[in-house]
Design a protein around this ligand. Structure first.
Ligand code: XIL
Length: 364
């Protein structure tokens, strides 16, 4: 499917002018601009996407290759083949390389929490496994991966701690321990707590309390990642603004770590970026399978411009803004028959009106 400038209503000459502009240049005095890379990009197989990444971005995140499952599939076996290529790609191209993620409830094998008989292990054994994993993975890339999402998605929507296997077996100090181990492994790395929907009041409050507690205990947490899996009508720009301000007030840095905007109307109310929930959502919602209508394309551009104006307002605390994918075709939001259009580049790698709008927001 081609989303030519003709079909989006933006004059071709204008699109071409802006195609030569780059995101990394436009925001060079404000924050880094990044994209999450998939395996086809890391290995260089997807030549077009790689060219876009080199031209447009100055920081990269690993969409999957550094998660526990691929990197540490069995108790005594690590597999760093893909992760090494990811880090080399970033270094070769002079990019700021991000690590994602060591402690999460998803994409973590069952064996981590069990003994040989399938029984849950005890607190000390799980802490030892967590420490070994963190030391091995973060230690391997010490000085090369500059920031790490240490703990991902520890909170429920009501702001209480999620009853994950980590929480149930270790107790709530698993979070503090993860940060301590990460700091031992690389004392120079920025260490993040990363989560989605922190724009919602109850969850945000929970995160603020959590970070205050950790800092009061001297836990080496330095930043908060707002994932930024957003919708067209959620959150409001006021919510986004207040959220960044609330975390900035705690003395931590803020990054937008996984930005995308889901344009396909959901069949049910859903603010979550929980990958298990999203997988079951809206099977067959093919609203925009033939392309994005012009009015929605323009609305998406406006939405992105508004968000970037908020990010720019907070440029003193925002270190980077990273998109969760390069082109619309790569996006994890294309699930179960949904053809989504959440990013700045279309399926042909062409800049969308949203790209132009973001570049313009920078020039203001
Ligand atoms: C997603 C990846 O994009 C998918 O390819 C994978 O199948 C599931 O995970 N929050 C996170 C990311 O922190 O790691 C998730 O990435 C998206 C939600």
């Amino acid at each position: 499917m081609s989303m030519s400038s003709a079909s989006t209503g933006v004059p071709t000459a204008l699109t071409n002018v802006h195609a030569q502009a780059t995101l990394k240049d436009a925001f060079k005095n404000d924050f880094l601009i990044g994209a999450a890379l998939n395996e086809a990009e890391i290995t260089g197989q997807n030549i077009n996407a790689v060219a876009l990444v080199k031209a447009q971005f100055n920081t990269i995140s690993p969409e999957n290759v550094l998660k526990w499952e691929p990197v540490h599939p069995e108790p005594d076996r690590y597999d760093f083949a893909a992760a090494d290529r990811y880090v080399e790609f970033g270094q070769k191209n002079g990019m700021f390389v991000v690590g994602h993620t060591v402690v999460w409830h998803n994409q973590t094998p069952e064996w981590v929490f069990q003994d040989g008989n399938g029984k849950d292990i005890d607190r000390d054994t799980l802490l030892r496994r967590m420490r070994d994993h963190i030391h091995t993975v973060i230690g391997r890339y010490k000085g090369r991966i500059k920031d790490w999402d240490v703990v991902n998605e520890a909170l429920n929507e009501d702001g209480t701690l999620r009853q994950s296997r980590w929480m149930k077996i270790i107790g709530e100090d698993y979070i503090a321990k993860a940060f301590e181990f990460a700091h031992e492994a690389d004392p120079e790395a920025e260490l993040y707590y990363n989560d989605f929907a922190l724009e919602e009041e109850p969850k945000r409050k929970g995160a603020v309390e959590l970070i205050k507690k950790l800092k009061a205990r001297g836990v080496p947490i330095t930043a908060v990642g707002l994932q930024g899996h957003l919708k067209m009508d959620w959150p409001t720009l006021e919510q986004e603004d207040a959220t960044i301000a609330d975390f900035a007030r705690l003395g931590v840095k803020v990054a937008i770590t996984e930005l995308d905007i889901d344009v396909v109307p959901a069949t049910q109310e859903n603010k979550t970026a929980d990958i298990n929930v999203n997988a079951q959502l809206v099977a067959g919602a093919d609203t925009y399978s033939k392309g994005l209508p012009d009015d929605v394309q323009q609305a998406l551009a406006k939405r992105y411009a508004g968000l970037f104006e908020v990010y720019l307002k907070h440029r003193d605390v925002i270190g980077r803004v990273t998109f969760w994918g390069v082109t619309d075709g790569d996006s994890w939001l294309n699930t179960q028959g949904r053809v989504n259009h959440p990013l700045l580049f279309d399926r042909d790698g062409q800049p969308k009106p949203a790209f132009t709008a973001v570049i313009r927001a920078a020039a203001k």
